[in-house]
Design a protein around this ligand. Structure first.
Ligand SMILES: [Zn+2]
Ligand SMILES: [Zn+2]
Length: 156
């Protein structure tokens, strides 16, 4: 597994190791797409991953990107976030983390809320099945949106 947080430089050997570790053949296309997801610090949509990958692989289609992301998801390499807006974005699965979502600009921020793993799980949940992971989504308005709102109010 690559270490550290999103936004760090991702090495090709690390990408290969991630694919192979998950039991997936490390094709050139997969490595390029995975590299973009891991590099991103903005929880990108498939469309924006496609735009980034195309800079180095102009022939790659959006459909291929969709399919590759779905494969990564199925193999547990990335996770798909369903943000309140209905926008779907992708997140590398590296370290358990939570999200703060701005309901206005839909930006997603990574954060880590302590104690999540020790949350008491109600018996009705354990009756449904086994829990693999717990994630918290906090919704609010980010600083920038708050600032913009304040400005708009001041001018209007
Ligand atoms: Zn915002
Ligand atoms: Zn995240």
């Amino acid at each position: 597994m690559a270490n550290g947080w999103c936004g760090l430089e991702v090495k090709i050997e690390d990408l290969k190791a991630i694919c192979q570790g998950a039991g997936l053949r490390a094709t050139h296309q997969r490595l390029e797409i995975l590299g973009e997801v891991l590099k991103a610090d903005d929880h990108p949509s498939a469309e924006s991953i496609h735009a980034r990958v195309r800079k180095r692989m102009p022939t790659v289609s959006l459909d291929t990107v969709y399919r590759t992301l779905a494969t990564f998801e199925a193999f547990g390499i990335i996770s798909r976030l369903h943000i309140c807006s209905g926008r779907i974005s992708y997140d590398p699965v590296r370290k358990r983390h939570d999200h703060f979502v701005c309901v206005e600009c839909k930006r997603v921020f990574d954060c880590q809320i302590p104690g999540i793993d020790e949350l008491p799980i109600p018996a009705e949940v354990t009756a449904w099945g086994e829990i693999a992971s717990v994630q918290l989504e906090l919704r609010g308005i980010c600083k920038e949106c708050l600032r913009r709102r304040r400005k708009e109010n001041a001018c209007g």
